[in-house]
Design a protein around this ligand. Structure first.
Ligand code: NAD
Ligand code: MG
Length: 388
């Protein structure tokens, strides 16, 4: 039985994970939950799953949740809050598998704590590895902890890598859908609205990652995530635009063979793979996760356009520059996306803000999670100074 500590339980990945717990009650059960500020969903999850411990973003929300639970006659659920709360959720002694799906660096400390406490981690959150990949991977190696990627591209690479040895890998290919503006002329980019950017052609996801998919910054974060996870330099992590999102990524071996992973565009599949690794679980009749190969008619690939999508170029630059630059890339994007969603920054203001922050970021590599968080805060402050 996988006893799951679910970080980000109310989000898109969190809810997909709970849907698998519904489908496979004998195999997967959430024992602790961490939510942000969605009180109603957090309460409903307490009613349904009766976790031993739940963390919510603030003290005020924790008080409200405690009151709601008492009024509903539900006892035995400890309510905690804040970053310290997420760390307790991730390190709970009864949990043996942590799903890391809090969005942004808000998930960093809990994910790191999970690794330090020796728990297997299914990693959806990509910002953790972008900001602190070296530290997290070193801790995982030291403690022999499995870090199983849930991000679909890295999950695909993880699967394909089972077909060869590390020294047989020539390069890996991350597929990108290209987002909703794949064919939009550059001249129209400055009129893009948040509503248009939030309409992803193939995936349903949280707001930030959806906007990041429209700027291709998401692929940039994934490039850095892949460098860390698979120990490859940025020039051996390539990106190809594949609008159908049918192939989730590919590994090219030195003998010319390329292995690809194909499946439905449903995040339950990579989550299920991580939860059941190293085994595979039959999905027939359980969840609509089977892929109809007979109905597949077309697979297209094209090189990414770095001129219309400067965020991807900036990510390659950051990956080649230093860890501080990767932290700044992620932090400045979080600020810029937020401003864009609030109507305070045009779409192309996102890469412009990131570029200015990167230009003013000193080369360096933080030696601890505290230093990562300080560098992250500095980059956020800097990004704010460039907002209109
Ligand atoms: P989401 O916005 O739907 O959910 C985020 C979750 O984090 C929510 O439960 C929210 O309440 C919680 N949260 C936010 N701030 C918090 C805080 N300060 N403390 C505690 N909890 C907090 O996002 P998502 O789409 O589920 O993505 C989660 C992570 O997984 C992101 O890092 C994203 O890049 C990654 N990811 C998502 C997908 C996807 O298909 N959704 C695919 C690949 C990777
Ligand atoms: Mg992805």
């Amino acid at each position: 039985m996988k006893k799951i500590a679910l970080l980000g339980s109310t989000g898109s990945i969190g809810q997909s994970t709970l849907s698998l717990c519904e489908s496979y009650p004998d195999r997967f059960h959430p024992v602790t939950l961490a939510a942000g500020s969605n009180l109603d969903v957090a309460f409903a999850q307490c009613v349904r799953w009766r976790p031993q411990l739940i963390s919510i973003a603030t003290e005020e929300l924790a008080t409200k949740l405690t009151t709601k639970l008492r009024e509903a006659g539900i006892t035995g659920i400890e309510v905690v809050h804040g970053t310290a709360g997420t760390v307790r959720v991730a390190t709970h002694p009864d949990a043996n598998f942590v799903v890391s799906a809090i969005v942004g660096v808000a998930g960093l400390e809990a994910t790191y704590a999970a690794v330090l406490s020796g728990k297997t981690v299914g990693l959806a959150n990509k910002e953790c590895l972008v900001a602190a990949g070296d530290l997290i991977l070193a801790a995982a190696r030291e403690r022999n902890v499995d870090l199983l990627p849930i991000d679909s591209e890295h999950n695909a690479i993880h699967q394909c890598l089972r077909g060869g040895q590390p020294n047989e890998v020539k390069q890996i290919w991350l597929t990108a859908s290209g987002g909703p503006f794949r064919n939009t002329p550059l001249a129209d980019f400055d009129h893009i609205t948040p509503a248009q950017a939030l309409k992803h052609p193939t995936w349903v996801m949280g707001q930030r990652i959806t906007v990041d998919s429209a700027t291709l910054l998401n692929k940039g974060l994934e490039l850095i995530e892949a460098c860390r996870l698979f120990n490859l330099p940025p020039e051996r992590v390539r990106v190809t635009v594949h609008p159908q999102s049918t192939i989730h990524s590919l590994v090219e071996f030195i003998d010319g063979s390329i292995l690809a992973q194909i499946s439905v565009t449903d995040m339950r599949l990579p989550i299920l793979y991580a939860l059941s690794y190293p085994d595979r679980i039959a999905v027939e009749g359980k969840t609509p996760l089977t892929f109809d190969l007979a109905a597949l008619s077309q697979l297209d690939f094209q090189p990414p356009d770095f001129e219309r999508f400067p965020c991807l170029r900036l990510a390659y630059q950051a990956a080649g520059a230093s860890q501080n630059h990767c932290i700044a890339l992620n932090a400045s994007d979080e600020i810029a996306v937020d401003a864009f969603l609030n109507g305070k920054l045009p779409f192309l203001g996102i890469p412009r803000t990131i570029e200015k922050v990167l230009e003013n970021t000193p080369t360096g590599s933080p030696a601890s999670i505290q230093e990562v968080l300080s560098a992250d805060l500095r980059a956020r402050d800097l990004a704010r100074t460039y907002l209109p």
